[in-house]
Design a protein around this ligand. Structure first.
Ligand SMILES: [Zn+2]
Length: 449
């Protein structure tokens, strides 16, 4: 697996060689990592056998989670064997973290023209470049839409103006273009979806907006920009009226898999495509690394952590392995998000951190081992940190009368105050290392049975 110097580590990528394309300048990446302004990322999943390239764009609307959790799973849990799939899971990253359709207006109405001062201008400009890349053969733009589309009016939820459970095309065909029979392809995908519906009324239909003649608003959209540049493009919309995120994501991924099949793209995934299988994937929030000194398991993290030893002043670097991981500085804290879900708030205590410490020796249940800064070790009964010259050890949730330095003390779970644990189960505790006022790093002690 290749690790590129970009926003995201790739530990969640179960297998394969996922490239993260560097789109932004170093300064823009730093701004992203410190949470100042979030930007999208582009994952390139490329097979060993050449073939067609599918571009998936998720998250143009920040309040449509089916439209961004599905591509995040594609980016991290699929391997492409033939052809290529390029995935942008989080086009409107700022709006996703706030769970808003568009913090700066509707981004999907900015593809015809956009003012240079618009906060979305950089995102729209860069994604347009990717859409017109000669390698891209077909584009999918993912949404959750209102209700369930029906050709005739049945109710406020089931009617011709609803967008839910549709494959949307702007026109029937693009002449002399590979995959230009958009109406036939959309029909094939919609029909295929009928084979695996959870509820009968969840069926998919093709909705042709006939954008050129009938729909001035849609002329400003991402798909219409693509079509006018002779790229076949589709929107797919799961229904906002389906509550279970895992089911919406299942429908999104099934539809994407059928598009891949239309395009001759071969793939594998390492989980079962069902609500149950997807729930397990969605429940895994991955790891957050901060400044190469701290590592936090996000899945069962407490929703508030205090006295986090950070740098402050936009100098903190947050690196997630989940494609939808994001951080926003808010008032005196940092809010940590996976997609639109706030996982935790970190309340910092600021330190300088010139201290360089790679590892520490620890006796774990009587066996001496060395652990790297940022690692988590498992302990059954007790652990004891070996003293390091000039370095003070602080085990959060442990205190011994009359000592500042908690090295060389055997520490068992019964010595710990559970409300200081990192995780909601009271199992994981922070072991922090300091040299004077300098923070050197943290190792996590996890008590197991
Ligand atoms: Zn939408």
């Amino acid at each position: 697996m290749r690790i590129l110097p970009l926003l995201l580590a790739l530990a969640l990528a179960a297998f394969g060689d996922v490239k993260v394309e560097k789109i932004w300048s170093d300064d823009e990446i730093k701004a992203h990592e410190s949470g100042e302004f979030l930007r999208f990322s582009l994952y390139k999943l490329e097979g060993n056998v050449t073939g067609a390239t599918l571009l998936i764009v998720g998250g143009v609307h920040g309040d449509e989670p089916g439209g961004y959790f599905a591509p995040s799973i594609l980016a991290s849990r699929y391997k492409i064997n033939k052809g290529a799939v390029w995935v942008i899971p989080n086009l409107n990253a700022e709006s996703i973290a706030r769970s808003r359709r568009g913090l700066y207006g509707d981004m999907n109405r900015k593809f015809e023209k956009i003012s240079a001062t618009d906060r979305d201008a950089d995102m729209v400009r860069e994604v347009k470049k990717i859409i017109v890349d000669p390698k891209v053969d077909l584009i999918l733009n993912l949404h959750d839409g209102h209700g369930f589309y029906r050709e005739r009016w049945e109710s406020a939820i089931f009617n011709p103006r609803a967008w839910g459970q549709t494959i949307v095309i702007d026109q029937k065909t693009l002449t002399d273009v590979k995959f230009g029979a958009m109406d036939e392809i959309a029909k094939r995908v919609a029909d295929k979806m009928s084979e695996s519906l959870k509820e009968e009324h969840h069926f998919f239909r093709v909705r042709n907006t006939e954008t050129r003649y009938k729909d001035e608003q849609m002329q400003k959209s991402l798909t219409y920009f693509a079509v006018t540049n002779l790229k076949p493009a589709f929107a797919q919309e799961t229904s906002k009226n389906i509550d279970a995120l895992a089911l919406k994501v299942e429908y999104q991924l099934r539809s994407i898999e059928e598009f891949m099949s239309v395009m001759g793209i071969e793939y594998e995934r390492d989980f079962e495509l069902s609500v149950k299988g997807l729930q397990a994937v969605l429940d895994n929030s991955g790891t957050l690394k901060i400044n190469d000194k701290i590592s936090l398991e996000l899945t069962e993290l407490r929703n508030i952590l205090r006295f986090m030893p950070l740098r402050g002043g936009n100098k903190d670097r947050f690196v997630f392995d989940h494609p939808l991981g994001a951080v926003k500085p808010i008032d005196d804290r940092y809010d940590i998000f996976i997609g639109n879900k706030r996982v935790s708030s970190l309340y910092p205590q600021f330190f300088t951190d010139d201290c360089k410490l790679d590892k520490a020796a620890i006796a774990i249940d009587g066996v001496r081992v060395e652990k790297a800064i940022g690692e988590t070790f498992e302990v059954k009964n007790e652990f004891k940190i070996e003293p390091i010259e000039n370095v003070r050890v602080n085990v959060i949730g442990f205190s011994a009368k009359g000592t500042q330095n908690e090295s060389a003390i055997a520490i068992a779970k019964k010595n710990m105050v559970a409300r200081f644990s990192e995780d909601v189960r009271g199992a994981i505790y922070r072991v922090e290392f300091y040299r004077g006022d300098d923070f050197c790093g943290m190792i996590n002690a996890k008590f197991v049975k």
